[in-house]
Design a protein around this ligand. Structure first.
Ligand code: CU
Length: 114
């Protein structure tokens, strides 16, 4: 029902070549999102994050002059006190990570990709 409405609206207002491509994008699926994890007080906030595959996670350093890193098995950020680190997760699963400097203090997290 809604799909028919989209097509008729496009046919009336837009060139056929333009309407044919995006019509399906408006009616199915979801847009990939970006999620934020903050590094603060020697912890990751939130420590557990659930996302959809294809989404991005952006870590933001917000712990003054204290240096941290985001270390997964196989990839990692720089060790830094300011800035951000962004990863796009394309595979489903649970991905654990930690800060190598403060792991003994419990500075660990996980990304659960659905
Ligand atoms: Cu750290």
């Amino acid at each position: 029902m809604s799909r028919r409405a989209v097509f008729s609206a496009c046919a009336a207002g837009l060139a056929v070549g333009v309407a044919a491509i995006p019509a399906g994008a408006f009616t199915t699926g979801h847009a990939a999102g970006t999620h934020t994890v903050t590094l603060h007080e020697h912890l990751f906030h939130p420590a557990t994050l659930n996302i959809n595959h294809g989404d991005r996670v952006r870590w933001l350093w917000r712990d003054g002059e204290t240096e941290h890193n985001v270390t997964f098995r196989g990839f990692h950020s720089r060790t830094q006190a300011v800035g951000s680190y962004t990863v796009r997760f394309t595979k489903r699963g649970t991905f654990r990570y930690f800060c190598t400097i403060h792991v003994s203090e419990g500075m660990k997290g996980k990304i659960v990709v659905h």
